[in-house]
Design a protein around this ligand. Sequence first.
Ligand code: SF4
Length: 478
Amino acid sequence: MAGHFESDEPGRWVTHDKPKDECGVFGIYGRGLDVARLTYYGLYALQHRGQESAGIAVADGDSVFLQKGMGLVPEVFNGENLDKFKGHIAIGHVRYSTTGSSLPINAQPLVFRYAGGMMGLAHNGNLTNVSELCQQLFSNGAVFQSTTDSEVIVNMIARNYQNSMEEAVMKCMIDLKGAYSLVIITENKLMAVRDPFAIRPLCIGRLGDAWVVTSESCALATIGAELVRDMEPGEIIIIDDNGLNSLQMMRPRRKAHCIFEYIYVARPDSTMDGYNINTVRRAMGRQLAREYRVDADFVIPVPDSGTAAARGYAEESGIPFEEGLMKNRYIGRTFIQPNQSMRDLAVRLKLNPIRDILAGKRVVMVDDSLVRGTTSTKLVAMLRNCGVEEVHLCLSSPPIIRSCYYGIDTSNESELIAARKQVSDIKNIIKADGLHYLSLEGLLDIFGDNRCNFCTACFSGEYPVEIPKKAGKYELES
Ligand code: SF4
């Protein structure tokens, strides 16, 4: 299979030097509301979490209806197909593939018929014991349509069903390992499930009498809902005409929220497990400035993910903030890839320096993370070409030295530059005058007494949940 950072998809060459986002989920239970449209708007707000496919399933008390397809939310849905949905319960999903290829068959929600009726499921995260579970299911005669770990969960729920969905989900959770934030729809219920370490986000909101569950609070704000709370580790919630009920499935040994959500994945206007993302990113920038002091004329962000941290760095250091790089916001998935002779255009098409601001200046350039280092090398060269005298690259994350197995595509370890090189070597490779990564201690200090509540495995190698010996995005396809 092609590596994650090969240019195997249109437009990926532009952004392939970043960890890839994962998936976003949304669910709503609201009598008298146009739940399909509200889900559509919720998914729009979660679009940054996955751009490969989108889907919505709606239930009306008797049946579950599904529409899904490849592409962005507005490419899959229009007024006509949304109008066809009738019902008072809906779930939705936007996907970037972390297990299984980018194929229509792998788009979610997955909707199935089981002994109790119909069920739809949408999943954010990655199971770490999917191969073992799959083998068990195969040996019991299971068949699969997709190559996603989410279908394994559907199968396990269906096989554990005897009297109720709640019981089936609880039994299933005993065997699931890894990261899973789930929304589940039946003909007359909405359920949501968060894994016992609460690795991936999932929060609950209220819109009048309606209940909403979603990956990020920005989706709540978009539809006018209020954030009620984040789901607890190992919690199952069930929403039906009796209101919301909560079951605590397992008492977690510890919380392990993905710290990369705060660094890069989540939207700045979201609040996640008690922390506003923008506020955290600014604090990362301030901490960077305390750790790495340098004389410079400007602090510039690599937009957009480096912007909040760059502002924090400027506040703490007193060095003026400038928008030195302009981002082209209109490069989409369908952009035609440049041929080999035009490869140098790749970064410039996305980010272009403003020569009038930057020529003759010393700059601190703030970005969120470095994966392979290819984009940073080109950015530094671009800045030098327009006359910048000194470029100090500051990263608001520690070096990424290990792969993620919990739902973010950080790439294979062999492709991670910091897994193979010392910081001084990386500085020489990207030809910067200075390079500083935020220290892990400094990052955790931002969270004070809650510093132990995070997964930091891609920086520390300390995985909160055992990782598979052989794993990869395509492991169910071999
Ligand atoms: S390994 Fe890194 S990206 Fe994956 S869940 Fe942990 S902190 Fe997040």
